[in-house]
Design a protein. Structure first.
Length: 311
């Protein structure tokens, strides 16, 4: 999949970008990545590094190297890492894009030491980061060369520095909202956070309802938020459950600009991490007149969503 250059230039993202081709073969175990050479970094750890290399820089695709050791706490397996990223042209050395100037790091990567590349050519940037940062500390700077034969405009050097780490929530945490309208469905939450619902005779709404049930104190989801990490359950108005990440024992990453129904995008905006939100989504903000699995056409959908993280 040739998505690394396009996605990373526009969104500076790690976990969604893949280097290599769809038909690249995956070996039985992790493989050593090519070594990136000819690139140096200097400066204070945790600050934007000064990167130097002779141009044009010739690199093997997905070659990587630690350019500067970090001085922060040890990286923790399972924590979400926020990385400051900069891209440079291999041909000219020109800076293409950076997150340092806006101080909005890219936080899609959950550090997973076990998720290593099975093949250097098919490795994702997330796998490269996991392998390169194993045993390292915050503020470590590393580089990755992207050179897969797509041409000068699509080949670049990515320099990344993890500047913070945090553990995602496992359920909504915050203050319970007391003034929830009495005519809405009644939500009960188990000790582990899993919700159940009593429709309470509710007949639905022709407008979106986004009622906070638990008010978290984390960062707010805004129009610039790329994704929210959530747990959720969805029901029809007759009380029939049609989906639940709780039952799957997993979280769901909701990409908020086109990756989920419009009712989620609008309903989660303005909510904070840690919150539990009751969403009532009318058909025009859901699946409309199209049947979707167990969801009949023209259905009003009811969701309880726990917001665990955002990036």
């Amino acid at each position: 999949m040739r998505t690394a250059a396009a996605v990373c230039t526009a969104a500076m993202c790690i976990s969604l970008a893949a280097c290599g081709s769809d038909d690249a073969k995956t070996s039985a175990g992790p493989q050593k990545l090519p070594q990136l050479t000819g690139v140096t970094a200097k400066g204070t750890p945790g600050k934007k590094p000064e990167i130097s290399f002779k141009t044009p820089l010739s690199v093997e695709n997905n070659a990587t190297a630690v350019l500067q050791e970090g001085d922060g706490e040890a990286l923790k397996n399972g924590d979400r890492l926020c990385l400051q990223l900069t891209q440079y042209s291999l041909k000219t050395g020109e800076e293409i894009a950076t997150t340092w100037d806006s101080n909005v790091p890219e936080c899609s990567l959950v550090f997973n030491e076990a998720d290593e590349p099975g093949s250097a050519e098919s490795a994702t940037l997330a796998q490269i980061a996991n392998a390169t940062l194993k045993g390292k500390k915050l503020n470590t700077t590393f580089g990755v060369g992207i050179n897969d034969g797509s041409g000068d405009a699509q080949n670049y050097l990515l320099v990344a520095t993890p500047v913070s780490q945090s553990t995602d929530l496992t359920k909504a945490e915050g203050k319970k909202v007391k003034d929830v309208p009495a005519d809405l469905p009644k939500v009960t939450t188990a000790a582990d956070g899993k919700p159940s619902i009593d429709m309470n005779g509710y007949k639905g709404s022709d407008k979106l309802v986004a009622q906070t049930l638990i008010e978290g104190d984390g960062p707010e989801i805004t129009s610039s938020t790329y994704a929210a990490v959530v747990k959720y359950t969805g029901w029809l108005l007759d009380g029939k459950q049609f989906d639940s990440s709780w039952d799957r024992g997993d979280t769901f990453t909701a990409t908020l600009n086109g990756g989920v129904i419009q009712g989620w995008t609008e309903g989660l905006r303005g909510k904070k991490v840690g919150s539990q939100v009751l969403l009532v989504v009318p058909p025009d903000l859901g699946y409309g007149d199209k049947e979707q699995g167990e969801i009949p056409a023209n259905s009003t959908l009811v969701f309880v969503v726990d917001i665990l993280a955002k990036y």
